[in-house]
Design a protein around this ligand. Structure first.
Ligand code: CMC
Length: 436
């Protein structure tokens, strides 16, 4: 962190002594005011629910410029990575800070590929779930359970353990997600096939059966790979902060990632792609295009409780760059599958057009986010709607691990322990039950 020449001065209207606070500069982005000594010197906390103005850590991994609509992984624009690199190269970049050369890539791909199988016992654990369980409920359980199977990589303070856990998690997530899906439809599990690409292997584990040869469609393979790249990391979002907070207690990496999976499930975060597709299907069932205007009125009515899912973002106050790339992929996939006239895609484009011209959205700087189109792509590929968030979790796993690793390696890291503004009852005495 580079100290700034400028200092902030905090003064109080009641005459309490003022305090000087150091300011640090990042490479890009807003400066931060260091308040670590605030409580010690003034006896006061800061109050910032939802962390609207709080940097919880310093990081070198991902940078978002919300006003410009820019997303960089280790300095590289997401557009360049999505066009020139594959997902495993992106994983290498997020984990190691640099893009791999050919031999580094070969070695990394080889390591990931050699860990794609899960302990055979995992399937018996999986069989304990109801077949209609939500895939995210299953995934939270399965990822947490990995710590019970791989005892040689559970010490978060051991860099070797963290490295092996990272490879295992990246390698096994597709296998676990596909197993959860196969279980839900009563089909046999399909074992990984290591001569396929990461995304090709996932498609095969999802859609192959033992009865027929499965041929990976390269357009769908590339589309899925792009979905993975676009979701790989997104700085200190809710699930990543959850992983950091969980890992800060020293728990094992599998448990910390399971906490991230649980957080991602929510409809305001990773669950938005599922919620968005459900929303499009509802509008379609209500009458499609003719009901778009009515639906948008509901969205703008604060009392309706309806939000335009796939729109808006805490950080992006401009078009989410991932949404543009996703829309491009959406066109490619639908063309490949002969679904150019897909009514949900037409509906999504209409909603976007209306929203981008409507004062309500313009004033609040609400733009499509990555989830607005990703559901349509996944549905076209054949991925069932409840599995969308599990695919997001699969892709985000590398980001969570990279962030966890960065935190553990940071000499300033401490267990996360927020404070509070207590507004409940002050100390009082327990009355006997008869007089309460
Ligand atoms: N539809 C209608 N109004 C909205 C929407 C929306 N999707 N998003 C925000 N607003 C309004 C909100 O009502 C508020 O209006 P007002 O100022 O009049 O009260 C204003 O915009 C600011 O909203 P906010 O809830 O304070 O913004 P936030 O930064 O706390 O929330 C968000 C961000 C993503 C939770 C929110 O935009 C949202 O709920 N979007 C829909 C869900 C969604 O698509 N989530 C996926 C996020 S991208 C994937 C990921 O990274 O996980």
């Amino acid at each position: 962190m580079t100290p700034s020449d400028v200092k902030a001065t905090l003064s109080f209207s009641d005459g309490s002594p003022s305090m000087e606070l150091p300011i640090y500069k990042g490479t890009v982005g807003p400066d931060v005011i260091d308040i670590r000594k605030l409580y010690g010197q003034t006896g006061k906390f800061t109050y910032d629910p939802g962390f609207l103005s709080t940097a919880s850590c310093n990081s070198t991994i991902t940078y978002i410029d919300g006003d410009k609509g820019e997303l960089l992984y280790r300095g590289y624009p997401i557009e360049q990575l999505a066009t020139n690199c594959d997902f495993l190269e992106t994983c290498y970049l997020l984990l190691n800070g640099e893009l791999p050369n050919q031999s580094q890539k070969d070695e990394f791909v080889g390591r990931v590929t050699n860990h794609t199988m899960v302990n055979e016992q995992m399937q018996f654990f999986l069989r304990g779930f109801r077949r209609d369980a939500h895939p995210m409920a299953v995934l939270t359980g399965l990822v947490g359970a990995l710590s019970a199977f791989y005892h040689d990589s559970t010490d978060i303070n051991n860099p070797e353990h963290r490295k092996i856990a990272a490879i295992r998690l990246i390698a096994k997530m597709p296998t676990l997600v596909a197993m959860a899906y196969k279980y839900s439809i009563g089909q046999p599990f399909v074992y990984p096939k290591n001569d396929l690409s990461y995304s090709g292997n996932f498609l095969r584990m999802m859609f192959a059966t033992p009865c027929e040869e499965y041929k990976v469609n390269p357009v769908l393979e590339r589309a899925l790979d792009r979905i993975f790249i676009l979701h790989a990391d997104h700085e200190q979002n809710a699930s990543t902060s959850t992983v950091r907070l969980c890992g800060s207690s020293g728990t094992n990496p599998f448990a910390a990632i399971a906490a991230g999976v649980a957080c991602l499930w929510g409809p305001a975060h990773g669950g938005a792609n599922e919620a968005c597709l459900n929303m499009l299907e509802e509008i379609q069932a209500m009458g499609g295009m003719s009901k778009v205007g009515e639906f948008m009125e509901k969205v703008k009515d604060k009392n309706s409780g309806v939000r335009l899912m796939g729109f808006g973002h805490r950080v992006y106050k401009n078009y989410d760059p991932r949404a543009k790339l996703m829309q491009e992929t959406c066109n490619e996939v639908l063309a490949e599958l002969g679904l150019e006239n897909d009514p949900l895609f037409a509906l999504a484009k209409k909603l976007e057009q209306i929203a981008l011209e409507d004062d309500y959205f313009v004033q609040r700087k609400l733009y499509p986010n990555v989830d607005f189109y990703s559901g349509i792509v996944q549905r076209a590929i054949g991925i069932p709607v409840p599995l969308f968030t599990a695919i997001f979790a699969l892709a985000r796993t590398v980001g969570w691990i990279a962030q966890l690793d960065e935190m553990i390696g940071d000499p300033e890291y401490k267990i996360g322990r927020p404070r509070q503004l207590f507004v409940g009852a002050a100390k009082r005495d327990v009355a006997p039950i008869a007089s309460r």
